[in-house]
Write a protein that binds this ligand. Sequence first.
Ligand SMILES: Cc1cc2nc3c(=O)[nH]c(=O)nc-3n(C[C@H](O)[C@H](O)[C@H](O)COP(=O)(O)OP(=O)(O)OC[C@H]3O[C@@H](n4cnc5c(N)ncnc54)[C@H](O)[C@@H]3O)c2cc1C
Length: 368
Amino acid sequence: MGGSPLRILVVGAGIAGLAVARALRLAGFRPDVTERLPPTEHTDTGLYLPGNAARAMRRLDLDGPLRPLGEVIHRQRFLDAAGSPLCEVDLDALWAGVGECRALPRAELHRVLLTGAGGAVRHGAEVSTVEPLPGGVAVGFTDGTGGEYDLVVGADGPRSAVRTLAALGGPPRAAGQVIYRAVVQGGPRVADWTALLGQRAGFLVVPLGAGRLYCCADEAGSVLPADPLARLHELFGHYGGPVPEVLAALETVHVERTEEVELGRWFHGRVLLVGDAAHAVAPTLSQGAAMALEDAVVLAESLRAAGSVDAALIAYESRRRPRTRWVRDRTRDRNRTRDVPPALRDPVLRGRGGRIFGEHYRLLTGPL
Ligand SMILES: Cc1cc2nc3c(=O)[nH]c(=O)nc-3n(C[C@H](O)[C@H](O)[C@H](O)COP(=O)(O)OP(=O)(O)OC[C@H]3O[C@@H](n4cnc5c(N)ncnc54)[C@H](O)[C@@H]3O)c2cc1C
């Protein structure tokens, strides 16, 4: 169907929506993109992209603008809470032939995708109604405007309104962690992705280049603290390694609960969900962006190859399910290891941790 005048609406201009817009444009479609927020800068946090994200960016022909950004990450180091080594993962070996792992400011990936999507996003437009039509969808916006489309792609995140309006599912489920994120300048020198594993809590530091560090800490639970910075000091003040210096350099901390979305189906009529709207998980494996980018590549390929939109949606979901299910299951596996007391867990990780953690990505290093 490539090049046909299909009317496609993409709802949401996050990683998934912009990547879908880019992939569809490359395939000859001209989608409309709507975003409820104004075009302000995104929250200043970091993002770690494993090798399959780089492969998807290559397929979107955006690897050129991505390459100068952030820092290539060659190694994951796991330490205990005191800062003593537990195990390592050689990322160059794990993702050989797939792509480089990279950490960068989230806003920089967003800028690359926005440019790639053609820049034409309608901001401040929130979907309020989604009505099935024979072979299409009527969409209404909160500002009173509306339109008819052959396909609506809900890329509106874990709390997707499209998901509810199209009767594909309800609110997300709490996934069981509170996450603290910050970018620090002038912290300690950290060359690798470095995680300190404690008792039902962990502290991750990743270099973003230009002297910046992305810090992402978590604790089990679902209650957001009144003072996130004070809570971080309380939780991690006794940790070793780079943690004391990172804590000393912290200024602004973003805090949120992790969420999970698990659906029986991803499309209803001509309304499809992609990215976190369809399959959000806790960010333990840092696969959210990669899954969203892969969704975009596979959706465009499915639409181009299939004889009809309906056939394309079936093909799309059957190709994407195994990989997103793998990410969900391995995320849950890894999160369960947080509940094991360090006295039992750490000796196992010292012996086999590198293999265990590398294995969590096995399916993802295979073909898309
Ligand atoms: C704490 C944390 C850390 C993470 N770290 C990583 C990491 O290091 N690496 C990684 O790969 N992933 C990470 N993730 C996951 C990653 O951020 C998500 O998987 C990814 O952002 C999903 O993109 P998305 O476009 O599907 O959703 P979102 O990024 O949520 O984007 C949805 C967009 O839709 C818009 N929208 C919402 N409702 C409407 C509406 N009704 N109408 C119009 N627009 C709407 C929103 O404003 C937003 O712009 C992390 C997630 C969290 C919570």
